[in-house]
Design a protein around this ligand. Structure first.
Ligand code: FEO
Length: 392
């Protein structure tokens, strides 16, 4: 795919990573892109770069537009190597180029690359005249690293948002409407749930900072460019950052000899019978990063694990660790599981929910060995009671 002009004199020159399937634990079934953009004005500005391994793709696309040695500025909105990895090679071609970044960006790039580069530190309130256009910088710390910022181009009404509003999708399409709202919304939700979720306060602050901007295009550093669903994605971010959920349930469990699975299905039946939509995810076949997409919008979280070696099954421990780091708020929780002796798993799950400050209105349910008819009926009833609480 060639460089693509997104507005007159402004080009997408990024890289498509068709092969990546694991982005430090995030399952990227559809690959991803690392989006870099080239603004050709009196000064030539490269907005972010790509992962080091895909530098050739980006340099090829830049070379279709300008001689890379003519680049005046490398705008580094974010230090993480999927966006800064190609800076050393760009600087080999254009050693005079100045790196525009935040104060923390300068520190982060110096720590990553151990090099003495030319920096111009920028931040909220700063503007840079590049000819007919102006770069306007807005710090967005912890969305999702301390160094993060976004850059606005008022003359073209473009927001270069870096990781914010991104999605991990590799495609030849470059725009939201070419893939359709339901697909880009789903992938944006997964991206938010796995990367941005812990930073709700900072996202709210960033959204406030962006609220007055007139935007034609949001150009993130992953996935498609937003041009038709800008209001929609801003609305979703507002909801997600407010920890707004829907009155629905998510059951996440693993099982050894099917006893915990039996409890999961009785809970599902009780909830469904009372009008609450339920999604059921066994950790045997669902990846934790996919489950987080369901977590994002579910009010009620039911976690089930049998006791193994006096603790949780390793699959549930892994999920719980991930969940604790991502810190979804304002949820209602419920724990269940079978045991042979010991029976610590349910208390451990309740402790995790307590640490997350979730409301746990019903005591957890632990069942010795295999649930009998009375215990299955009790699980069904718990599902019904939880449904009432979710729908109240
Ligand atoms: Fe896409 Fe935080 O890097």
């Amino acid at each position: 795919m060639s460089a693509h002009e997104i507005k007159k004199g402004i080009y997408w020159v990024g890289a498509i990573d068709w092969a990546v399937r694991n982005f430090h634990g995030y399952l990227t079934q559809q690959g991803t892109t690392y989006n870099a953009y080239l603004v050709v004005d009196e000064k030539i500005v490269l907005v972010d770069t790509v992962k080091q391994e895909l530098t050739d793709q980006m340099m090829y696309r830049i070379g279709q537009i300008v001689d890379p040695s003519k680049i005046d500025y490398i705008l580094s909105n974010h230090v993480e190597p999927d966006h800064s990895g190609a800076i050393p090679e760009v600087l080999e071609a254009a050693p005079q180029a100045i790196i525009l970044t935040t104060k923390k960006g300068e520190k982060g790039l110096t720590r990553h690359y151990k090099a003495d580069w030319n920096y111009q530190v920028v931040g909220t309130g700063d503007k840079l005249d590049i000819g007919k256009r102006t770069l306007v910088f807005i710090n967005t710390p912890m969305v999702h690293w301390p160094d993060s910022m976004v850059t606005y181009l008022p003359e073209d009404k473009i927001l270069f948002s870096n990781d914010a509003f991104g999605q991990h999708i590799a495609s030849t399409e470059r725009y939201d409407d070419e893939l359709g709202w339901s697909l880009v919304k789903r992938d944006s939700a997964k991206y938010y749930a796995n990367i941005v979720l812990p930073f709700d306060k900072q996202v709210n602050k960033a959204l406030t900072g962006l609220s007055g901007l007139d935007i034609d295009l949001i150009c993130p550093s992953h996935g498609i460019i937003w041009r038709s669903y800008i209001t929609d994605i801003l609305g979703e971010y507002q909801k997600w950052a407010a920890n707004e959920t829907e009155p629905k349930a998510l059951i996440v469990y693993d099982t050894m000899w099917n006893s915990t699975a039996k409890l999961a299905w009785e809970l599902e039946k009780g909830l469904s019978a009372s009008g609450v939509p339920v999604t059921v995810r066994t950790l045997k076949v669902n990846h934790i990063s996919d489950i987080m997409t369901d977590v994002l919008t579910s009010k009620l979280m039911l976690l089930g694990s049998p006791t193994l070696n006096n603790t949780l099954l390793p699959t549930m421990s892994e999920f719980a660790t991930y969940l604790k780091g991502l810190r979804p708020k304002n949820r209602m929780g419920y724990a269940f599981g079978s045991y042979g002796w010991g029976g610590q798993s349910v208390a451990e799950l309740e402790k995790i929910m307590e640490d997350l400050k979730w409301e746990c209105p019903l005591p957890g349910n632990k069942v010795e060995y295999v649930p009998d008819q009375d215990e299955l009926a009790a699980a069904f009833e718990s599902g019904q009671k939880l449904a009432e609480l979710v729908l109240r």
